[in-house]
Structure formats: C-alpha cells, structure tokens
Design a protein around this ligand. Structure first.
Ligand code: SAM
Length: 206
C-alpha cells in the first residue's frame, strides 16, 4: 500500500494512541505541544499543512484568530470538523502542494514529520512560503536518531521496517517515512534555521 492508502485505512489514529508509542516518540510529541504553546500567541492566524485530525489547531483554538488545517485524507478532515465544531477553526481536504487558500497567515506549520511523508517536498515549502509570506514557517521532522524508536513504533502498528536507507524507512505494508540530516535539510529548504529537537528530531524555521 502507499502512504495515502495507509492513512486512509486509519494509520494516524492508531499511531496517536499513546499505547502504541515508545517513550522517545511520546516525548517528541509532548515537546511539539510545548513548543506550539510557546510560539503561538493570542490573535495569530495559523495554517497547519498535513493537519491530520487537527489536534494541534484544536489545542490552540482559544489563542488563534483563525486556524486552518489542510490534509489530503478526507476522513481525518471530517473527524477534525466533528471535534472542532463551528467557529474560527476551518478544515479543508486538499493536497499540500496546491493549497486552496489565500496568503493571510502569521504562521505555517508542517508538524510531526508530515513533511517527511510527502513526496513533492519543495512544492510544499513553496506553498508554506506563499501562505505565510512573513516567516514564521515551521517544519518538525525526524533526525536519524529517531530510527530505533520509529522502528519499534511502526512494528507496534503492524508495519515492520523492511528497508532502511540514509533517508527513509519503508515497512512491509508500504509505509514510507523519511528522516533528515542537517545537510540534507539545508539542501532541501535553503535559507533556514535548524535546531535539534527532543533528541530525535529537528525544528526547521524558514
Ligand atoms: C504523520 S501524520 C501527522 C498528522 C498531524 N500533523 C498530527 O501531528 O497529528 C501526516 C499527515 O500528513 C497527511 N499528508 C501526507 N501527504 C499529504 C499531502 N501531500 N497533502 C496533504 N496532506 C498530506 C496525512 O494524511 C497525515 O494526516
């Protein structure tokens, strides 16, 4: 199966169940929550690319003037709608390389290595630049140090890693998830600030 088929089959919901997460993964997810709590201030407009079921926007709803989440998996967007209710959070089914939005955001995020599961990475960056013309644009991606914890996490999800390269893990079910070195991030992103994060990841501000 491909990543989109696996996501359509509900992989994300199982992955977000803490019972499936090795401790390093749980710490990474918690560190992302704390980072967003520090970074996002009252009145901001935020777009979250690859938002899944919208958990980060939902968590920030009381601070945001407007929050928009985009994901290509319609079932996740439907779930995000159900939990967010009506108000200033909006969720849209769409591809990260062609976001049906106008540039009006203070911050654009692509979190929890969503970018590392997307195929046309430069096009996603271009869309984030277009939508949040004044940086802050933020990626949170896995570093190579994440490999042992991810192997265990994916195994618990029934996705045994059958191929490991310098850039990617591939499972027996066809799931592909990339990881990055600082050099590779600089090559892909261009001008940016890179910070090691939670022991197994990088934050990239561009
Ligand atoms: C690792 S999950 C993270 C989801 C969410 N950010 C979270 O942390 O809960 C990656 C998400 O990216 C979405 N995704 C992958 N490729 C995409 C693309 N090209 N366009 C839009 N969404 C995409 C998947 O459907 C999935 O929900």
């Amino acid at each position: 199966m491909s990543n989109d088929e696996l996501y359509a089959a509900g992989l994300l919901n199982r992955a977000l169940d803490p019972a499936t997460q090795p401790p390093q993964i749980r710490e990474f997810l918690q560190a992302e929550v704390e980072l967003l709590t520090d970074l996002v201030v009252d009145g901001m407009a935020m777009v979250d690319v690859g938002c899944g079921t919208g958990r980060h926007l939902a968590m920030l709803r009381d601070r945001l003037r407007i929050g928009v989440g985009v994901d290509y998996e319609h079932a996740y967007i439907a779930e995000a709608h159900r939990t967010a209710g009506t108000g200033h959070l909006h969720f849209v089914t769409g591809d990260a390389t062609r976001l049906p939005l106008r540039p009006s955001f203070d911050i654009a995020t692509c979190l929890t290595n969503s970018w590392g599961t997307m195929s046309d990475k430069p096009a996603v960056l271009d869309e984030m630049r277009r939508l949040a013309p004044t940086p802050m644009r933020l990626l949170s991606v896995y570093a190579e140090a994440s490999i042992p914890a991810r192997r265990e996490w994916y195994r618990r999800l029934g996705q045994d890693v059958v191929n490991e390269s310098a850039e990617c893990l591939t499972t027996n079910g066809g799931f592909r998830s990339e990881h990055f070195s600082e050099d590779r991030l600089r090559t892909l992103v261009g001008e940016c600030t890179i910070r090691p994060f939670a022991g197994i990841a990088y934050l990239v501000l561009f």
